[in-house]
Structures are given as structure tokens and as C-alpha cells.
Design a protein. Structure first.
Length: 248
């Protein structure tokens, strides 16, 4: 069964940062949706996120034919391979340009085929699924605080104020052999998928769920989320992409 996907995306500088190092892209012909959060000084973060959203669709198209209708283990592997290859390309580019040293980006993407989606990510940009009024986090942050949380060294309440809360352990452009995570999801009519950068963390999961639950079109949902994050302080760039799963 093929489901119909309605989507929209929006990025905002926030209320504190001078520039926006986030980026997003959508290629409905491939069922591909991407969010990236750049990092690095001297505009390197903005360059990195732009490379991610411009290069990944081309790399994916070379690996996965648009007519491929079903999500498979091989398809997920090829998506991870594309992200890994891009990570090495970004690293090599940064090493060749001294002013781009430390350039990198988080990435979270969703590819929808048939009635399934596969989510791939590196870093702390996230994917959520809202189904039957319940919000589920589909990704696990690659971050210092997530590792501390997993080991029981800190509590969930301490995450938001921990001094290492902005330090990530995996990203596009990292040295070594990158290993993106992936997850397959069977979709149902009425589901909503959210891809977002960590700037949305200004609001709680409960607030995110409440906004997604409204019967607003995706573009209004995106606007409402960014407005809520800015109202809570807007300490970082904020980017959201919302996919609404409609009937066949």
C-alpha cells in the first residue's frame, strides 16, 4: 500500500544567534526529507549544513532508484552508506581548507517508500512519530549527556542543565569511520513524522505532541513549533520538517 505524504519545513535563526547554521531539504520524488544542524567557526557550520542538504539527495539517487517501492535492509544500508560517504567528503573538505577546520553537521533524514519509512541520523537532531496522540522518539542522541544518562550517571532532569549538553559524539564530518544509526517504521494513515534540530528542545515533548495533535496543515504546524520555541527563549537556531501521512 502506498500512502500519501504531505510535508512542510521551516527554519528560523531564533532570538539569540546572529546567523542560522541549520538547513533542511525535501525531495518528494525520492520520498526523502532531511534536516541538518551545522557546526564550526567562521561560517563553517552554515557551509556544512548546506553541503548536507544539497549533496545527500544526489548521493541517495545514485544508490537507490526512485521506483524502489519498499523499504528493505539493503535500502537502509545504502542510506547509511550515503551518509558515511558524505561524512568522509566533508571531513576531507575541511582538512583541505584551514578556515573550515572543525566543520561538521548533525543530520536526520527520513525516506518514505510504500507504507514504511527508514530514519537515519548522526548527532542530536531528532525524529519523532506521533500516532494516536502518543509521541515516540525514533532516534537516540549521539551526545555526551545521552551516554551519561545511559550509564546512570545523570538523571533525565539533569540533562537540560548539564555543562556537556551541547557536546555530540557523532556528526557528518567527524574523523574516523562514521557509523550512522537507522530505524525502520511501518506507517499508518494519520501518523505524523517530525524531523528537527536541537533548537526545538526549548519546548517539552508534551508541547511538541500538543502542537502535532492539532489538525493544522503541516506548514502551520511548523510555524507553531518555531513560535513556541522562540517564545521559550529561542536560544538556538530552530528547524522543523513535518510529514503528515494521509490515506492512499
Amino acid at each position: 500500500m502506498t500512502l500519501r505524504i504531505l510535508h512542510s519545513g521551516l527554519t528560523d535563526t531564533g532570538r539569540v544567534r546572529a546567523g542560522n547554521e541549520d538547513a533542511w531539504a525535501a525531495d518528494p520524488s525520492q520520498g526523502l526529507y532531511i534536516v541538518a544542524d551545522g557546526m564550526g567557526g567562521h561560517n563553517a557550520g552554515e557551509i556544512a549544513s548546506r553541503i548536507v542538504v544539497e549533496s545527500l539527495p544526489k548521493m541517495v539517487r545514485k544508490r537507490i532508484k526512485p521506483e524502489t517501492k519498499a523499504i528493505s535492509t539493503g535500502l537502509a544500508r545504502r542510506l547509511r552508506s550515503a551518509v558515511s560517504r558524505l561524512s568522509r567528503d566533508v571531513y576531507e573538505h575541511a582538512m583541505s581548507e584551514p578556515h573550515l577546520e572543525g566543520m561538521g553537521a548533525t543530520v536526520v533524514l527520513a525516506m518514505v517508500r510504500g507504507n514504511e519509512a527508514v530514519v537515519v541520523h548522526m548527532g542530536d537532531s531528532r525524529a519523532y512519530l506521533l500516532r494516536a496522540a502518543k509521541l515516540r522518539l525514533l532516534t537516540k542522541d549521539h551526545s555526551i549527556v545521552q551516554e551519561l544518562l545511559d550509564r546512570g550517571h545523570i538523571t533525565p532532569a539533569e540533562v537540560a542543565t548539564h555543562p556537556a549538553r551541547n557536546r555530540i559524539t557523532a556528526s557528518v564530518g567527524m574523523p574516523g569511520d562514521p557509523s550512522p544509526d537507522s530505524r525502520r517504521v511501518v506507517l499508518q494513515a494519520g501518523d505524523k513524522l517530525l524531523l528537527c534540530t536541537d533548537g526545538l528542545a526549548m519546548i517539552s515533548d508534551e508541547q511538541i505532541a500538543a502542537i502535532l495533535e492539532k489538525r493544522d496543515p503541516p506548514e502551520q504546524v511548523c510555524r507553531s513549533m518555531i513560535d513556541a520555541a522562540n517564545a521559550a527563549g529561542g536560544h538556538d537556531n530552530i528547524t522543523v520538517v513535518v510529514l503528515e501521512v494521509a490515506g492512499a
